[in-house]
Design a protein around this ligand. Structure first.
Ligand code: SAM
Length: 251
């Protein structure tokens, strides 16, 4: 799925009024503007996606919660834990999960048609090692994923937010990466891919500057075999566009 960042509204979304105050105690949370990496889109949910959401949602979609996720209970087994942020329509997620049957995958996505699409793939391919949370990844990571709990993180083609004035919306920024890296266990990995050179450069700079991460390559990494080339990516490559993978290890 291609981002529609160019059509993003200029305003940032304020969080819901929880009545809570921030750390300073005098600025109501409602009035602190939170910059999000996505815009809420009223995407059309197809009939098939709706059926999948209704019938499979209760089994595979987990509610957002403020408590740590019990992976072993949710998946019914202890297994390596891989988080994917922004899975789009889920084709890559399903393909990786099918090939890595011994790993468990938690996919985060805010876009409802995408959640429906991945549920359909889960059903078609009889995948039991994927669960989904339809919620902002920043909040899921903060509340549901304890430090050192993940074996790997995948972020593929995150919204590039092309325009300079939108760069603040990009997911890969130092504070977010520091939080995300803290959730990965020592020896675990962080794998990013993008087709936008300027964002690739930002990713390389931000990840390289994080003292808890080490690059597995001199700069950009060869695409690991487990990440399939998407249809969109193949077309781009044919047209001579680049794709950059970044593969870092948690120290
Ligand atoms: C450009 S799309 C890429 C989708 C997919 N990874 C691919 O390679 O086709 C980026 C996706 O990230 C999702 N996204 C952006 N920010 C997010 C956030 N904070 N939490 C969850 N999903 C997010 C968007 O809804 C969008 O579907």
């Amino acid at each position: 799925m291609q981002p529609d960042a160019e059509h993003a509204q200029e305003h940032e979304h304020a969080p819901a009024d929880t009545g809570a105050s921030d750390a300073q105690g005098d600025v109501p949370e409602l009035h602190r503007r939170r910059i999000r990496s996505f815009v809420t889109r009223a995407g059309r949910v197809s009939t098939g996606q709706r059926r999948a959401l209704d019938e499979l949602g209760p089994r595979f979609v987990l509610p957002f919660d403020t408590h740590a996720l019990d992976w072993d209970a949710v998946f019914g087994r202890p297994a390596p834990r891989i988080l994917e942020i922004g899975f789009g329509m889920g084709a890559t997620t399903a393909e990786i999960a099918a090939h890595r049957a011994n790993d468990d995958f938690l996919g985060l996505e805010v876009h409802e048609p995408g959640v429906g699409a991945l549920l359909k793939l889960i059903e078609e391919q009889q995948l039991s090692n994927i669960r989904i949370i339809q919620h902002d990844a920043v909040e899921v990571i903060e509340h549901m994923l304890p430090k050192g709990s993940l074996d790997g993180v995948h972020i593929y083609f995150p919204d590039p937010w092309h325009k300079a004035r939108h760069h603040k919306r990009r997911l890969i920024q130092p504070p977010f990466v520091a939080t995300l890296a803290s959730r990965i266990k020592s020896g675990g990995y962080l794998h990013l891919a993008t087709d936008w050179q300027n964002y690739a450069e930002q990713m390389l700079e931000v990840l390289s500057a994080d003292p808890t991460l080490a690059n597995t390559a001199a700069d950009y990494a060869p695409r690991p075999d487990y990440r399939p080339v998407t249809k969109f990516e193949r077309r781009g490559l044919r047209l001579g566009h680049g794709v950059w993978d970044l593969l870092f290890k948690k120290i």
